[in-house]
Design a protein around this ligand. Structure first.
Ligand SMILES: [Cu+2]
Length: 266
């Protein structure tokens, strides 16, 4: 047997074991995902929701920015110092390479990795905790169904009223969107409220947000979904409560009237 063959034979068990180790992790990830998207009465836990989603994500964002800036500046300074300190002083100077002991070599590799990974894990854990909390939705909410398609956002309100590319909501009431898609994967994104989630065929996903002040906000698709993806834009209109109620009732009445006329005509 040649040297290469021997190595291959010796390496095979490791090659088999490593993917096998990944398997339970992939399974667990899949389970978490499925529990989140069970249809209708699904496991949306009602309590312990975060009152201000925007502040939570912004805080985390700033923390990450500060972290990577500090780390980046630190690395840059050390690099510059090394460049200056170990520069070649004459054209024919030859460097002497110091030998590290095994302990030193391992220490230099492991300790910095540990320090930076600890920071990453800390931030990841904070993000995960925030996300977990965000998945809890307040009970007192307006639920709107959303069906996305190339290239439109179709909203259906509890009274049956439908709007296209325009989501009207009252101020001060949590809004929950139950989303699915007619064709391909889209992602409903409201940048001002820091909420984004895929809408997918055959699945129901959700996002929620708390409209704080009257005003207009951009809704856009954040998942490439075809050649008009960039034009898949909508509008979120936050209205004063009374104005919304008036609009909602008027639209509901119009819908009822149209239905009655249809039945009469039949
Ligand atoms: Cu889309």
């Amino acid at each position: 047997m040649g040297e290469l063959t021997k190595r291959l034979v010796r390496g095979t068990p490791l090659g088999l074991v490593l993917p096998a180790l990944w398997w339970p992790v992939a399974q667990a990830a899949e389970r978490v995902e499925t529990e989140r998207v069970l249809p209708p009465e699904w496991q949306i836990r009602e309590e312990r929701f975060i009152p201000d989603n925007v502040a939570g994500w912004d805080h985390l964002w700033r923390e990450i920015m500060i972290d990577i800036t500090v780390i980046g500046v630190l690395f840059a300074l050390v690099t510059i110092w090394f460049m200056w300190r170990y520069r070649r002083r004459s054209p024919d100077q030859e460097g002497a390479q110091p030998r590290l002991s095994a302990g030193q070599a391992i220490g230099w590799a492991v300790i910095p990795v540990f320090v930076f990974m600890a920071d990453d894990f800390y931030l990841a854990a904070k993000g995960w905790a925030l996300w977990e909390k965000y998945r809890n939705v307040p009970e007192d909410r307006l639920e709107v169904r959303l069906e996305s398609a190339m290239w439109t956002w179709d909203y259906t309100y509890p009274n049956g009223v439908k709007t296209f590319n325009e989501l009207r909501v009252p101020v001060g009431k949590p809004v929950l969107l139950r989303m699915t898609s007619r064709d391909t994967i889209h992602s409903h994104w409201i940048p001002d409220y820091r909420v984004k989630e895929d809408s997918m065929p055959g699945r129901i996903t959700y996002i929620w947000f708390m409209p704080k002040e009257p005003g207009e906000h951009v809704v856009t698709c954040a998942e490439y979904c075809g050649h008009l993806h960039s034009r898949m834009k909508g509008k979120l209109i936050v209205m004063p409560r009374e104005e919304f109620d008036a609009w909602y009732q008027e639209q509901g009445a119009k819908l009822q009237q149209a239905k009655a006329e249809l039945t009469e005509g039949a």
